[in-house]
Ligand binder design. Structure first.
Ligand code: NAD
Length: 321
């Protein structure tokens, strides 16, 4: 089997490779060639850690495996380690033999950014000029970098509950040579694309703060109880997601569905748009909303891609296992 350590991922994986891997696996999910296994997530009663597994099988890409990991809130303070820790394990679908073990920390950020980026490619207006960020933490920088590659954006605007984190967004805008402006939530009306990536448990953005024709990618809500936008926004928008079952249980649509404002049938898979079986955006006035909940198959897809790159470049460690 191959081992690709976390420290090698940055030098191997590109945003383009992550984008391609995620776009392909979303398409495979919608055509029934790939499916995610039920997620396990447990508070283990040690170090306040949340630990779990996200797995799946992609019959089209022949990728079988799981991501194991979670959140150890004391890591940084006690040990100087990052709090989110994960590892991806891949198996040979023909034999069940372990195939690869891959550091999953950076890959998680790249695959999450690739998901919103895929949604922008397929759902945002072609003439989108202003991108609005809600959230300015670790993931927000990855999200913004990836999104800026999808349209000819001319300006970045941002809001964050903790304004001291806004320089993170400024830094990415500077890298891209774009102006950055911190705005109030009402200022989001200027945005053609909005990405929300926060740890919020209450709605931040409401319908009146979104202009017709906007594409919104809600990326922060990945757990029961979390929330980033007013449920009425899901009524106003055409709603897409990575996986419908996950979206209505732990994603942004959980609230609108629980309140009876929308039904499960109102939520479409982004993969269907990629495959051309769902028309996606059909007018310049439509609000589109992508609920990116984060599925195991995304992790497996980027891990498989990084293993190929590592083997190609002679970086993968091969062990007889
Ligand atoms: P982070 O701790 O670096 O940043 C957290 C962000 O949320 C900051 O902008 C912070 O100001 C904001 N925030 C915190 N509490 C808030 C509140 N009560 N109301 C509004 N904003 C609040 O975290 P991160 O690594 O950037 O992750 C952000 C979110 O993305 C988390 O909720 C994480 O679980 C989620 N996430 C989702 C996926 C996915 O696939 N969908 C993948 C990875 C992470």
């Amino acid at each position: 089997m191959y081992i690709v350590p976390e420290k090698e991922i940055a030098g191997l994986m590109t945003r383009e490779a992550a984008f391609d891997a995620v776009e392909k696996v979303f398409a495979a999910m919608a055509s029934g060639d790939a499916y995610n296994f039920p997620v396990v997530r447990e508070a283990i009663g040690h170090e306040d850690a949340l630990y779990g597994f996200k797995g799946g099988f992609d019959r089209a890409g022949l990728t079988l495996g799981l991501k194991a990991g979670g959140y150890w809130p004391n890591n940084l303070e006690k040990r100087g380690l990052i709090n989110h820790q994960s590892t991806v394990f891949l198996f040979d679908p023909d034999t069940g033999k372990a195939k690869a073990m891959v550091g999953g920390n950076l890959l998680t950020a790249l695959r999450t950014a690739a998901a919103s980026s895929v949604s922008i490619k397929h759902l945002a207006r072609k003439d989108a000029k202003v991108i609005g960020m809600i959230g300015a933490g670790h993931q927000a920088k990855f999200q913004l970098r990836a999104a800026l590659e999808q349209r000819q954006f001319e300006k970045v605007i941002g809001w964050n509950l903790h304004p001291d984190m806004l320089p993170n967004l400024q830094e990415v805008a500077d890298e891209a040579g774009l102006p950055f402006e911190a705005v109030e939530l009402d200022g989001m009306r200027e945005a053609d694309v909005i990405i929300s990536i926060t740890s919020s448990f209450d709605a931040i953005l409401n319908t009146a703060q979104v202009s017709p024709g906007t594409h919104i990618a809600c990326m922060g809500t990945d757990t029961k109880g979390k929330q980033e936008v007013d449920p009425q926004l899901l009524v106003a928008a055409d709603v897409f997601t990575d996986e419908v079952a996950q979206s209505i249980s732990i994603g942004e649509t959980q609230h609108a569905v629980a309140q009876g404002l929308i039904q499960e049938a109102d939520v479409a898979q982004i993969g269907a748009v990629i495959n051309g079986t769902n028309p996606g955006r059909t007018s310049g006035d439509q609000i589109t909303l992508f609920d990116g909940t984060g599925v195991g198959l995304q992790d497996l897809a980027v891990a498989a891609s990084v293993v190929d790159l590592a083997v190609e470049q002679g970086i993968a460690i091969e062990v007889d296992f």
